[in-house]
Ligand binder design. Structure first.
Ligand SMILES: [Ca+2]
Length: 246
């Protein structure tokens, strides 16, 4: 994209309903009113004349209880057979919703204009902590790692209750939050109410002197939604002093 240029996210200029479950760029909306973007970049739309709330996720993951594809468009409320409350939002009807707001509490708030109601669609926490920058400092058979805590939702939003996961090896492994590569070590550190940006550290001990070690870190919230993997911090350990002198 080019700075100061305008782009279309969804809709082709024809007011109609179409494209749910496909690429948003190929879908249609009908007299859209309100638009809201959450901290992760997911887009919510008050699709006024389609009597719906639509949603364009920014990554492949579970949103509103359904596995979704990045940059596709979905109905998250409205389009159902009856008016009503306290039921699956896509099974109920909206009437010409004019505004929408994605709250930091992971709820979607809707001005359901011609129903003369303000509605709330319960979401869940689908926003990952941000990716951390990891620093490693060498010692005698140990390495100290330092990083600043991510928030629950990206960089700054919400204290983190969840886990930091560290993985390390003497080679650049295929790092994974869900499995430990061969000859690698995984350490999971639980945390409660960590303030975004707060200094965190961990010391890996019992390492082999004279070897280079590679470390990565992820942050997971309580769901857990895992962050992307950090940079790989590498460090050459100080050679161990021989235990016997010839
Ligand atoms: Ca989160």
């Amino acid at each position: 994209m080019t700075a100061n240029s305008i782009y279309t996210i969804t809709g082709d200029g024809t007011g109609a309903l179409g494209g749910d479950g496909g690429l948003a760029s190929s879908a249609r909306v009908n007299s859209p009113y309100g638009v809201s973007v959450d901290v992760a970049g997911n887009v919510s739309i008050a699709d006024y004349a389609n009597y719906r709330a639509r949603f364009i996720p920014t990554s492949n993951k579970t949103y509103f209880g359904q596995a979704r594809t990045a940059n596709y468009i979905y109905t998250i409320a409205g389009g159902g057979a009856s008016y009503g409350e306290n039921a699956l939002a896509t099974g109920k009807t909206l009437s010409l919703p004019q505004n929408i707001y994605a709250g930091a509490d992971h709820m979607i708030y809707l001005a359901d204009t011609f129903n003369s109601k303000v509605r709330m669609v319960t979401g869940e926490d689908f926003i990952s902590p941000s990716t951390s920058t990891l620093a490693a400092t060498t010692g005698i058979q140990q390495v100290t790692l330092n990083w600043n805590s991510a928030g629950d939702d990206m960089v700054t939003l919400g204290n983190l209750t969840g886990n930091y996961r560290i993985q390390y090896a003497t080679y650049t492994a295929s790092w994974s939050t869900s499995s430990t590569p061969s000859n690698a070590t995984t350490v999971t550190i639980s945390t409660t109410n960590a303030t975004p940006g707060s200094a965190q550290s961990y010391t890996a001990t019992g390492l082999t002197g004279g070897s280079t070690y590679y470390f990565v870190l992820w942050t997971g919230d309580e769901v857990p939604n895992w962050s992307d993997v950090s940079n790989t911090a590498s460090v050459l350990l100080t050679p161990s002093v021989p235990s016997t002198v010839p």
